[in-house]
Design a protein around this ligand. Structure first.
Ligand code: NAP
Length: 449
């Protein structure tokens, strides 16, 4: 028998569970996938934008794994203070794999960052994704101009969500309060500002291209900001993904915007230096214009520009948080490891593993988690003969219940899904996400075994 706990039911956790049951030569392998939330799928449910239905449909693949007889989903189980202490978890299972992602966002470290009206993109994403920790009424969208800082896929996601009309989002599972706020949004202009040039932008071409195809919004780019990029003159020499981005941007130069459309302005070579207050809240963002330094970086030019904005979303990357009881490298925001084995004082700690963003940092698309999980699974299974020598309880749930925890089982999750479908029907929409803890837990409760 080999009993393993996977902490986190996002893509890295589920791919880890899948690898464990598919690759283990031990017939009696059992994997419990624990999640702090009552719902599975991590950022696929609470990060992928509602209009990205194809990516969201990955949930179906993850579901197949969580429905495997050898795998069990246990939601609403926090590992750490108030939940299961990590040292207890290690006694309940032969091994624990932490797949807890990167829980917070990076900061800009500029004055005005904390002004009312300035948010991390994560807060906005959590709001439109119905994360139960987010305030369902957290965004009123009374701003006429919004600035999105950053040039990664999260910046593109939040800029696109601001530019979309509510009618386009009605068929999605976006929570009803957010849909209502988007329906009366006054946002007319969205400025997405990158501190470096187009060839250094981190967004992917598919996501970029989508901005040019929004029914109610038009994209503009300033030609002089594109041509400032030394790589722009000869895109043929660029790596294919960068070349494709540059070509898409080039196609948007001089495109006349439709008069009634929202405007999405993609800006480059602007480094944010201050968020300026007007009447006690965000009024503008002050940027220093930058210039390429010849090696992919930028230098300041001493020339400044202010963009009026009543809403600022900072999309400058996620950041890992120290998981309770594990070593942590604050510089990289990851847990030190060797091929997924957690390192304590430089040596592998028996039975402790990591996969996903907490292992390698917040980079890559969902699929990147597959090879990452595979490496960790290979390490764990190599160690399994030694790990399995230790006696563990036959039912770890008993110890969790003794702690006063009431895990949401797979049946509970299916009940949440049914309640969301019912909520959608009652609102004349498809399935609509339940956006609060009480609603999720009461939907899950009647089915608890
Ligand atoms: P990201 O790809 O790392 O992009 C962060 C952006 O913030 C970069 O443009 C970066 O510029 C900028 N930035 C960082 N610090 C800054 C500062 N102090 N001032 C101004 N700009 C700053 O992060 P992300 O957008 O959060 O995405 C995280 C991961 O999730 C990525 O791998 C992404 O592809 C993935 N993701 C994928 C999808 C999708 O597939 N649809 C959707 C969402 C997220 P520099 O390059 O100059 O540092």
């Amino acid at each position: 028998m080999l009993r393993i706990a996977v902490v986190g039911s996002g893509p890295s956790g589920v791919y880890t569970a899948q690898g464990l049951v598919e690759q283990s030569t031990v017939a009696g392998v059992r994997v419990d996938v624990l999640d702090r939330l009552p719902c599975p799928y991590g950022l696929v449910r609470y990060g992928v934008a509602p209009d990205h239905e194809k990516i969201k449909s990955l949930q179906n693949n993850l579901r197949t794994v969580l429905e495997d007889d050898r795998v069990r989903f246990l939601g609403h189980v926090e590992v750490g203070p108030g939940g299961v202490p990590p040292e207890l978890l290690l006694r309940l299972y032969h091994a624990v794999v932490y797949c807890v992602g990167a829980k917070t966002d990076r900061h800009l470290g500029i004055p005005g960052e904390e002004l009312p009206g300035s948010f991390s993109a994560t807060e906005f994403v959590s709001w439109y994704s119905a994360h139960p920790d987010a305030d369902p009424n957290g965004f009123a969208l009374g701003a006429r101009s919004a600035v999105v800082i950053g040039a990664g896929n999260v910046a593109v996601d939040v800029a696109r969500m601001l530019a979309r009309g509510a009618d386009e989002l009605r068929p999605t599972d976006v929570p009803h309060a957010a849909l209502g706020a988007l329906a009366v949004s006054r946002v007319r202009e969205v400025h997405m500002a990158a501190r470096r040039g187009p060839s250094q932008a981190r967004f992917t071409t598919k996501e970029l291209r989508e901005l040019g195809a929004l029914p109610g919004a038009d994209v503009t780019v300033a030609e002089d900001e594109l041509t400032l990029d030394p790589d722009f003159a000869d895109p043929a020499a660029l790596p294919a993904p960068v070349r494709r981005n540059v070509e898409v941007l080039r196609g948007w130069v001089g495109r006349p915007p439709r008069p009634a459309a929202r405007l999405l302005r993609l800006r480059f070579y602007l480094r944010p230096v201050e968020i300026l207050a007007r009447a006690g809240r965000v009024g503008a963002v002050r940027f220093e214009r930058t210039a390429p330094d010849g090696s992919g970086g930028v230098v300041g030019t001493g020339v400044y520009e202010e963009i009026d904005a009543q809403l600022v979303l900072r999309a400058v990357g996620y950041r890992g948080m120290p998981p309770d009881g594990l070593p942590f490298d604050p510089v990289s925001g990851t847990v030190p490891h060797a091929a997924g084995r957690v390192l304590r004082a430089g040596a592998p700690s028996p039975g402790e593993y990591v996969a996903g963003w907490i292992k390698r940092g917040p980079t890559g698309v969902i699929g990147t988690n597959r090879p990452c999980a595979k490496e960790t699974v290979a390490s764990l299974l190599q160690d399994a003969p030694r790990l399995a020598l230790r006696q563990v309880p036959s039912e770890p749930l008993d110890a969790m219940r003794e702690l006063g925890l009431h895990p949401v089982t797979w049946q509970g999750w299916l009940a949440i899904e049914r309640a969301e479908a019912e909520l959608g029907r009652s609102l004349g929409r498809h399935s609509v996400k339940i956006a609060d803890w009480a609603g999720l837990l009461s939907a899950a409760a009647p089915r608890q075994g």
